[in-house]
Design a protein. Structure first.
Length: 161
């Protein structure tokens, strides 16, 4: 895996999107409503449009990837500027049945909002890589602070260049 000079790293995307704690809900819809409602406003995308797009994608097939993680995202890009794309990380107040393939309930979300399908796939690839890293899982399980999470991601991404 490698980052080219113009490609944003996962740390930058999460830094832009933020890390949220104690997101509440008893099902995916409630969780996504609370989570998306916690995000800073995106000038070009009303909150209700983002929520509807993420719900529409979730209705097609669960974004629960296993090991307590889900990757909700709009099916089609909603933004047109690369500077607006982000990944927001959420730690749920309590695990929720997300219909994940492994049957494990979800307690961690990575909301992906990308400018294009290509950018979205690159971001998915980065998250997939990290989700195979034992130390990353440990940080997520411990609900590590933003500084520790971003430091780990940046240090790992440096080895990709």
């Amino acid at each position: 895996m490698g980052l080219n000079e113009t490609e944003e790293g996962l740390a930058e995307l999460i830094e832009r999107g933020g890390i949220y704690r104690d997101i509440r809900g008893t099902n995916p819809r409630e969780v996504l409503f609370d989570f998306i409602g916690s995000l800073p406003l995106i000038p070009s995308v009303p909150v209700n449009k983002l929520f509807a797009a993420v719900q529409e994608r979730e209705a097609l097939m669960s974004t629960g990837i296993g090991h307590g993680i889900a990757l909700p995202h709009p099916r089609n890009p909603l933004i047109t500027s690369k500077s607006e794309q982000f990944v927001a990380l959420a730690f749920l107040d309590a695990p929720v049945d997300w219909n994940s393939l492994d049957g494990e309930w979800v307690d961690t979300l990575f909301l992906i909002v990308s400018v294009s399908a290509r950018e979205h796939l690159q971001t998915l690839s980065k998250i997939n890589f990290f989700c195979r890293e034992e130390n990353f899982y440990r940080l997520l399980h411990e609900r590590a602070g933003q500084e520790d999470l971003l430091r780990f991601i940046r240090e790992t991404e440096k080895t990709w260049r």
